[in-house]
Design a protein around this ligand. Structure first.
Ligand SMILES: [Mg+2]
Length: 232
């Protein structure tokens, strides 16, 4: 029986990656005269990947990576005005309105009648805390966990601290490497709900076949899936 449902936040409960994609498109426009768009995108992805170990996930690190990319790709010719514009783009991202996925409140409201709900998100502490607050969803969760990396060690520590066996828990999220694979590894269940765009560092090529793995098109289908699992 599944008693505990843990949710990822970004691109699972609310839109997030689309904001990064829009900002990246603006960066390619700013750097248009220095390099083709595809080259800017590739360099930014490479810089982000390299910087994640130092900056962690989140908008502040992304902003610094955009600045670094702009300086490098322009051969250090980029002007202060353009750097300023890039920094302002990052600040606008931190301030952007939070756009909840369709049906989130309804689904959480329904599920919390029979299950304990957790929120497990990775990223910048301040940034993620603000988003949880702005979402108005915090009241649905028994615990909100903001972590720097979502791997099996992190999940094991969270469930052990809260006193839940992973076997009675399911993790629901849009990322295979962060939400699904580590949860299966520690003996839990996982539901993958893909988002329309996936960050470069969240991509996973292989197909997953596992008895505790389920894939859904929409969060709205989650209550039905849980009912089916309980009947088995
Ligand atoms: Mg996510």
């Amino acid at each position: 029986m599944i008693e505990v449902i843990a949710f990822d936040a970004d691109d699972t409960l609310w839109h997030n990656e689309s904001l990064f994609q829009e900002t990246q498109a603006r960066l390619t426009a700013i750097l248009d005269r220095y390099a083709p768009h595809a080259e800017v995108e590739a360099r930014l992805a490479e810089t982000e990947r390299r910087n994640i170990k130092l900056f962690g996930y989140g908008i502040k690190g992304f902003t610094l990576s955009m600045v670094e990319t702009a300086i490098e790709i322009s051969g250090r010719r980029i002007g202060a005005e353009e750097i300023h514009e890039i920094v302002m783009m990052g600040k606008a991202m931190l301030d952007a309105p939070l756009d909840l996925m369709e049906g989130v409140e309804q689904v959480l409201g329904e599920l919390k009648r029979r299950h304990r709900l957790l929120l497990i998100t990775k990223g910048d502490l301040l940034d993620q805390t603000n988003k949880v607050e702005r979402s108005g969803l915090a009241g649905h969760f028994e615990a909100v966990e903001i972590v720097t990396e979502k791997d099996s060690t992190t999940y094991r520590a969270i469930f052990s601290r809260l006193g839940y066996a992973p076997e009675i828990a399911v993790m629901v999220g849009n990322s295979l490497p962060s939400d699904v694979l580590p949860m299966l590894e520690i003996g839990g269940h996982a539901v993958h709900i893909p988002y329309r765009v996936t960050a470069v560092f969240e991509r996973h090529e292989a197909e997953i076949a596992h008895e505790r793995f389920h894939a859904l098109d929409s969060l709205r289908d989650l209550p039905d899936l849980l009912r089916r699992l309980h009947r088995i």
